[in-house]
Design a binder for this molecule. Structure first.
Ligand code: TRP
Ligand code: SF4
Length: 335
């Protein structure tokens, strides 16, 4: 029997190249090898968007279309909505007994996020909600409710996986061996730098290229990207390794990037021409993705059906699994 892959995304915005190279590219391979459940984590998205339900709802469809447009095959992948699987919420409650508040407060991913979200959680995290602090518990429920054994994620998610494994071990030691410890799989590129040279591409950092960006937006963004600051004149030799334009050539213009590197070092390449070449390569790279997306935008009923069918399959898996879990916990009453 094939193992289950489980991964999730928060529907809070469109996919950018950081998602694509950091995690999604891996999904394309895994969909051929495993039983793949892809969760649109709308409940998790609400933990820091509780006051903006319209945004989450809209992005459920946006992100599903983005994922379909990169080539995920709905015949191989079950796309499902977290909110429609109550077993996940149930499991979250059960697991919450197995986790200390102190352990959650120490989770590096949670700590980073609290610091990034001062507007909602306060300068020192003093307004942190119970729900947000506990989302690693809910994420452990996502994974284990669907019997996920393989979890493709970006490296920012590793502390959450570690916490999930701890919960699994504790559960099994108390109630009996039933849950499987999930393993992460990382992409070759685990983190994509932003156009501004920041270590991470992110929506909140304003340094991202989105799969849905149009030609004008991409041109503007790439023309403003950070290059070697010591290169003043067109034929100054420069260091491509500190240039974001070269960095992106390596991602989307692989065949020519050696040449870009060489010419840049020799002073045989102007930055404007170099950026123009990257813009073209980027547009070529995004072209098939955009075409697929256009199809789904025009066939939104098909997108809904994909979510409906995937959710039905996920529900079946979770119901079956939950029966056994409740037995172990001795809450399988037959009244
Ligand atoms: N926390 C993940 C993110 O922010 C999304 C997510 C939700 C997830 N549930 C998951 C990832 C389960 C892996 C497994 O991107
Ligand atoms: Fe960067 Fe290209 Fe300019 Fe070199 S020539 S510094 S790689 S933009």
């Amino acid at each position: 029997m094939k193992k289950n892959v489980l991964t999730g995304l928060r529907p809070t915005g469109n996919l950018h190249l950081g998602h694509y190279f950091g995690a999604c590219q891996n999904y394309l391979k895994l969909q051929n090898e495993y039983n793949f459940f892809l969760e649109i984590a709308d409940v998790q998205a609400l933990t820091d968007n509780f006051n903006n339900p319209e945004k989450v709802r809209k992005n459920v469809y946006e992100i599903t279309m983005d994922l379909l447009s990169i080539g995920l095959d709905p015949n191989k992948v079950d796309f499902f909505l977290q909110s429609q699987i109550p077993e996940i919420a149930e499991l979250t409650v059960f697991y919450s007994n197995l986790v200390t508040v102190a352990r959650l407060e120490r989770n590096p991913t949670v700590k980073t996020e609290i610091a990034q979200k001062k507007d909602i959680f306060g300068n020192n995290g003093e307004s942190i909600t119970y729900g947000f602090l506990g989302y690693p518990v809910s994420q452990a429920a996502d994974i284990t409710a669907l019997r996920g054994e393989v979890v493709p994620v970006g490296d920012d998610q590793l502390p959450l996986l570690e916490q999930c494994r701890e919960i699994v071990r504790k559960f099994n030691s108390i109630y009996g061996e039933i849950l499987k410890e999930p393993q992460q799989v990382l992409s070759e590129t685990t983190r994509v730098k932003g156009l501004d040279g920041n270590d991470k591409m992110g929506k909140s950092l304003g340094n991202a290229i989105y799969l849905v960006d149009d030609e004008e937006t991409i041109t503007k963004k790439i023309m403003a990207a950070i290059t070697d600051p010591n290169k003043i004149k067109k034929d100054d030799p420069a260091n491509p390794h500190i240039c974001m334009v070269y960095y992106y050539h390596k991602l989307v213009n692989k065949e020519h990037c050696e040449n870009v590197c060489k010419e840049c070092k020799e002073g045989n390449r102007g930055c404007v021409a170099c950026k123009k070449e990257l813009i073209k390569a980027m547009l070529d790279f995004l072209q098939p993705i955009k075409e697929k997306r256009k199809y789904y935008e025009e066939h939104i009923d098909e997108v809904k059906k994909i979510l409906r069918d995937g959710t039905k399959n996920a529900k079946k898996e979770a119901t079956d699994n939950m029966k056994n879990i409740k037995q172990k916990m001795m809450i399988d009453y037959d009244l």
